[in-house]
Design a protein around this ligand. Structure first.
Ligand code: DON
Length: 571
């Protein structure tokens, strides 16, 4: 009998103890702290590299729960919308490259579209001058968001875990809040004035004086994510979230309608493919310019024997810059949404055409781009890239964006998320540069339902039939040239993944007629000799935030960019 009593007491004690621990641990979660930021990681079972340590942690957790790389990528995408609002989003769009373990490679284009009420001249005054800030700030700058439909379609086709499981971590982050890193505090502080001007004080990103000890809690966003979790794509494109987007539009003279939201669909596209030596490179087709431009650059540099030149010598930088000048001139003229404009892709990547492009290349002198005034090149790390690979060999490379930092700065009232300012990626007037100094023409003019031209270049590289590397970066117009340089570092220079990411970068985009260098990372004598050859020179704080995974003999090596809070995590 005594024994029975003891057993009962023990059971009670155990119950009381468990409840106390539960209550205590619930009380402890007042916000999510930032996990340690690791730049280099290796693993045999999975690897996730993202711009934020919380997102990398969440991606890893999903893999450990038995999710595949696509599941983890979806969870990371939603997590970034909460913990990295400068670029992570549900109000923007992007491109997802997927290589599945069965050997298929696809591109999911969830780029935003122009609203039905948009017109080619919508950002011009009557006298055809450009309306100040109209394509970059506030409701009129927003394209119809693609991210939620993109994640939904990726899950429908490839997902293994339940959809709700992939949203759960993001919902928690939004509900409990996150501790901000000092980089995010700076970014939010810089955006305060515009966020305040557009939304007033009742927006989650407003706080009198941001400090790094501040937490960011987003209760409205948590409600929106719950709705998406319960109802899938319809939780965003229909119902109260869609109504909130439309009423926010009305309040701010925007034009996105319920029909725009209902009609939005992400599209599966065939990737562009380039074989170079042992490698096969898969990259996104239009409406991203990234794939065409990357392939053009790789082929020109192969034909010109870049591999025979010393790394970052005058001759090396001159050749790459001259190739970039010609490729970006093609971008401005020929690229746009293929559903609206016939793009001569085969001709653009044809090797004899590319050889002819370099026929006027002078190894000793810069070839001047036509002189035309161009916009100021802005500091740009406001898109985000992430890579995921799982043990079965499914691999995902994603670049997603709101375009500028915090997009249009317009928060959807009651739904708590930022909308993009992607309309600025259209050519709003021929020859007029966008936020990234890029110019465009007829191919990329605004038309209802059309996708604006992008530079996003999430890339997958195979060696044989196995996934060898995943790479991508933010950086507006510099995305393509940063991806190019990282691929060259890895495959041609034989650098380690981390060296490939860390190495200094430079960039030319035809107009302005200038080579941009990351300051302090290049030899001054080399830069002087480039100046003497006739190159314009400018410096830039940091170019891109590259995330890279390399897989060698079944081991996965992750490398996160030291230029940000980026974090590689594997197991
Ligand atoms: O799609 C594009 O090319 C641009 N909207 C990307 C913007 C970007 O990368 C900004 N951040 N660095």
């Amino acid at each position: 009998m005594f024994q029975k009593l003891n057993e009962l007491n023990l059971k009670k004690l155990f119950l009381i103890l468990s409840i106390t621990i539960l209550i205590f641990s619930c009380k402890q979660i007042t916000y999510f702290d930032i996990p340690p930021i690791t730049k280099e990681a290796s693993g045999q079972n999975g690897m996730v590299v993202t711009a934020h340590p919380l997102a990398s942690t969440i991606g890893n957790d999903i893999l450990k729960q038995g999710g595949n790389a696509i599941d983890a990528a979806i969870a990371v995408h939603f997590a970034l919308a909460v913990c990295y609002p400068i670029a992570g989003n549900i109000g923007g769009g992007g491109f997802m490259m997927i290589h599945s373990a069965d050997g298929k490679t696809e591109c999911l284009d969830y780029r935003e579209t122009a609203p039905l009420k948009s017109t080619t001249d919508m950002y011009l005054n009557e006298d055809k001058t450009v309306k100040k800030n109209a394509s970059t700030l506030g409701a009129l700058s927003c394209g119809v968001p693609g991210s939620v439909d993109g994640m939904w379609q990726a899950h429908q086709k490839y997902g293994k875990l339940e959809w709700e499981k992939l949203l759960a971590p993001a919902i928690k982050l939004a509900e409990y809040g996150i501790l901000l890193t000092s980089r995010e505090v700076n970014a939010l502080t810089n955006a305060q004035e515009e966020l305040l001007e557009i939304n007033g004080k009742s927006n989650p990103y407003y706080i009198e004086n941001w400090k790094s000890s501040n937490t960011l809690t987003q209760s409205d966003l948590a409600l929106t994510l719950k709705q998406i979790s319960e109802k899938g794509r319809d939780g965003f494109y229909k119902g109260w979230v869609a109504d909130s987007i439309v009423s926010t539009m009305h309040r701010h003279d925007g034009i996105i309608s319920l029909q725009d939201l209902n009609d939005y669909r992400a599209k599966w596209r065939k990737p562009l493919i380039k074989r170079i030596g042992d490698y096969t490179i898969y990259c996104p087709p239009p409406p991203s310019s990234g794939g065409v431009a990357l392939i053009q650059l790789l082929e020109i540099l192969r034909q010109s024997n870049l591999d025979s030149l010393p790394y970052h010598s005058t001759a090396y930088i001159h050749l790459v810059a001259e190739a970039e000048r010609r490729v970006y001139a093609d971008r401005a003229e020929h690229l746009g949404d293929p559903d609206f404009y016939k793009i001569p892709i085969d001709s653009l990547i044809d090797s004899s055409y590319l050889a002819s492009r370099m026929s006027n290349f002078n190894p000793l002198m810069a070839t001047p781009s036509d002189s035309i005034s161009s916009g100021v090149f802005e500091e740009s790390d406001q898109t985000t890239h992430f890579n995921v690979i799982d043990a079965e060999g499914n691999a995902v490379s994603v670049t997603t964006t709101l375009n500028g930092a915090y997009g249009s700065k317009l928060v959807v009232r009651g739904a708590g998320f930022l909308l993009n300012n992607e309309m600025d990626d259209f050519s709003i007037k021929p020859g007029v540069p966008n936020l990234y100094g890029l110019v465009g023409s007829e191919a990329n003019k605004i038309e209802p339902k059309k996708r604006m031209l992008s530079s996003m270049t999430p890339t997958i590289i195979l060696k044989g039939n196995k996934c060898y590397a995943l790479v991508g970066t933010p950086g507006g117009s510099t995305i393509i040239t940063s991806v190019l340089q990282t691929i060259l570092n890895l495959t041609q220079e034989g650098f380690t993944p981390q060296e490939s990411v860390n190495s200094g970068r430079f960039h030319h985009q035809w107009r302005p007629d200038t080579i941009f260098f990351e300051s302090g990372t290049f030899n001054e004598e080399v830069i002087d000799s480039l100046k003497k050859m006739g190159h314009g020179i400018a410096y830039y704080g940091a170019i891109g935030r590259v995330e890279l995974i390399e897989i060698v003999d079944g081991l996965m090596y992750g490398a996160a960019d030291p230029r940000g809070d980026d974090c590689a995590m594997g197991y």
